[in-house]
Write a protein that binds this ligand. Structure first.
Ligand code: SF4
Length: 417
């Protein structure tokens, strides 16, 4: 049961949005809408999971989940792009019905109101998921996988939450950490490195490594301990490669010039990301109070621009949780107003050679914004379309953060067209 039974009459449907923006691919617009509304799996769809072949949620570390259902990790579409669905849905407070994944005659489809929309496939499990580290623990306790990428979440707790009220309001990571009664913030580097070595034995599977984690504020200077932890890990997993730079991405706090220089000099990291999250100073200060208090919006941006001087144009990206700028009560009053402000800021950032990796904001259980309503499909399509125009205009195209390797920010998919 949805909170708003008439929601379909209050916003443009997928078909109506496509009529209004005929230049965007239908399969891509559906992907954006699935990210926005979420999916549920029928029993027939769950019966199509073969745990010997497919990657399932059960048994893996799920940073952004409070529950573990027996469902596929995520989906792959017929254009080869990914549909990330491994997040919790706030089913009791959903404002719109999620899409349905169902199985018909041995094929799996995304459906809405009983209508077949797209055939999809489940992600195949990498070989290391069935193996164990030298301490007997399963490797996928230490690292996880997307179809072409190894994922490492180093710190599973974010210290912006140390002070009540300073965590990012849309983020479920630390609330989920607490709800799981987890006590250890991170796994040992030794076992993570063992897992990466094992994963890379599978020929042709992985083309990049992602390292990320919650912020660590401590150290002689802000984020110094976080930097040390990442350098230690990156040296352990990338050090053996006989190349100058390994296809890899770090998503971390906004390091200053001295920290960025160290990161570049002391590791073989190829690309760097620090997330501005909200494309407006005033809304950022309300939504990400910890980041605003310890660093500030303008300084976060300045450090982002400084990173381009260190890592090079196209090797720096910034994440955005698109749509949070419309959260209530302090968000923009209308989608038109939000669009104008967001595009102005986006152009400033993209013009510095930094593509925006913008996720579709969905309301995650555990997050402070868990009971909010995210924007219309038209808002996301219109905004992504303009981000893409700006990225083409300024000639920015990320390598390790594109549709093949990440897949979590649909706007990036348009860059291949
Ligand atoms: S910095 Fe914000 S978005 Fe990132 S982990 Fe911490 S609370 Fe979540």
């Amino acid at each position: 049961m949805t909170e708003e039974i008439n929601w379909r009459t209050q916003e443009l449907s997928l078909d109506e949005v496509l009529q209004k923006y005929p230049d965007v691919p239908r399969i891509w617009a559906l992907k954006v809408d699935v990210q926005r509304r979420g999916v549920v799996y029928t029993q027939a769809a769950k019966d199509m999971i073969n745990p010997a072949i497919h990657q399932v949620n059960t048994g893996t570390i799920a940073l952004f989940r409070t529950t573990q259902d027996y469902t596929p990790e995520s989906l792959i579409m017929r254009d080869g792009s990914y549909l990330i669905t491994n997040f919790d849905l706030n089913k009791n407070k959903a404002f719109r019905e999620p899409y349905v994944v169902d199985a018909i005659d041995g094929h799996i489809y995304i459906m809405d109101q009983g209508k077949v929309l797209e055939e999809v496939w489940y992600w195949e499990k990498p070989e290391f998921y069935d193996k164990t580290a030298s301490n007997g623990e399963p490797f996928n306790k230490y690292i996880q996988a997307r179809p072409q990428r190894i994922d490492i979440n180093l710190n599973q707790y974010c210290h912006f939450w140390d002070k009540p009220g300073e965590g990012c309001k849309y983020c479920p990571m630390t609330p989920c950490f607490k709800m799981r009664h987890q006590t250890e913030e991170r796994e040992e580097t030794k076992y993570i490195a063992e897992a990466v070595r094992e994963a890379l034995k599978q020929e042709g599977r992985f083309s990049a490594i992602l390292v990320t984690g919650g912020s660590i504020l401590s150290g002689e200077h802000l984020f110094d301990d976080e930097l040390d932890a990442y350098i230690d890990l990156l040296q352990a997993i990338l050090g053996d490669f006989q190349v100058e730079r390994v296809p890899s991405q770090l998503i971390s706090s906004a390091f200053d010039e001295r920290q960025l220089e160290r990161l570049y000099r002391e590791t073989k990291l190829m690309t760097y990301t620090t997330d501005i999250e909200v494309l407006n100073k005033e809304k950022f200060e309300w939504i990400c109070p910890g980041k605003a208090h310890h660093v500030g919006y303008e300084e976060w941006k300045r450090r982002l621009f400084a990173a381009v001087d260190v890592f090079g144009r196209g090797n720096v990206t910034s994440g955005v949780v698109l749509g949070t700028e419309l959260a209530s009560p302090n968000g923009f009053a209308s989608e038109d107003e939000a669009y104008r402000h967001v595009i102005e800021e986006a152009e400033d950032i993209i013009s510095h050679g930094i593509p925006l990796a913008a996720n579709v904001w969905r309301t995650a259980p555990g997050a402070i914004f868990q009971n909010q309503k995210n924007p219309s499909l038209e808002y996301f399509i219109k905004t992504y379309r303009e981000f893409d125009r700006l990225a083409h205009h300024y000639g920015v195209n990320p390598y390790t953060d594109d549709y093949r390797r990440c897949g979590a920010h649909p706007g990036m998919d348009l860059l291949r067209i």
